[in-house]
Design a protein around this ligand. Sequence first.
Ligand code: SF4
Length: 383
Amino acid sequence: MKYVDEFRDRALAEKLSAAIHAEADPARDYNFMEFCGGHTHAIFRYGVQDLVPANVHFIHGPGCPVCILPIRRLDDAIELAEMPGAILCSYGDMLRVPGSKRRSLMSAKADGADVRMVYSTLDALAIARANPDRQVVFLGIGFETTTPPSALAIRQAADEGLENFSVFCNHVLTPAAIRHILDAPEIDPEQAVRLDGFLGPSHVSTVIGSKPYEFLAEKYAKPVVIAGFEPLDVMQSVLMLIRQVNDGRVAVENQYTRVVTREGNAKAQELVDDVFELRPTFEWRGLGWMADSALAIRDKYARFDAEKRFPISEKTAREVKSCECPAILRGVKKPKDCKLFGKVCTPENPMGSCMVSSEGACAAYWTYRRAETLAEMALEAAE
Ligand code: SF4
């Protein structure tokens, strides 16, 4: 516990807060996107927003693995779960996300589908071993952090000759999404969001290292600081970003040196490279179709690829009307801008993925800032 406590130390937080206040130029705004939903929750949980000046703005990015899965792919997962004799294994957060017609994996389970919550890909493999006459499909979602365990499960299944295990692969890539956000103003000026820098993801960076963000500094002239998840990590990273902006410097800096290196985890990268290849294009909720932004299972492991193994029907899926998740994921809106927040949409009755996921922005506002957000919404409605 001592290790964690040190990064939540109140006296150190006060010192960092004072340094940020002293160094932030009151004559300008600082707009920093935290790509990762884990940072969003750390900022709200520990009140980091209250420890920085009002002209330091946190823009919430698309780094929530559950939130960015488009409804169409969720509908596909429900279809796989409903195949006769199938068992669909999923991480818990996905189960309550509403798909088309507000059906979720949980409601499919209530209707008779065998949907099981697992904590790891190893759990899914164990279920496959225990049920040799059933087809077990693991719903693979997430960024570079959750991809190596999926790759490992596929390799393990191949080694064991497991014939009834497959992965429905929805693994996505962080740098492509950041590039898309920065290119957005050129594609559609209405999607433009002013950004002065990025708090780089921490877990993702333990796998890919800090090197893949260097294009942000080189091509887009945006500072990046890879930040840990504890409150002092976030505050120190904000200070590092402010210093870069004030000095007119643009670099990729690493605050999270206790875990992240420039090169990342070579073993995990080799494993992923052996099992997966780039998809030419993939749809993200909120960001649309993006080239080279996701992974597919290589042909040599095709028998473990649920998309190749089972017929999945073509679907058209619509976002829930009035749900602002897509705009929130692009950083152009905040949960308070959604008319459904706290009225129709709550964690018990979620309308969109951002309210369900433990890393979702709406869930963060609901858990830590509900009263202020609802008061702000009421005030804006009255104006
Ligand atoms: S409050 Fe609910 S409906 Fe609105 S954006 Fe968030 S998840 Fe979507």
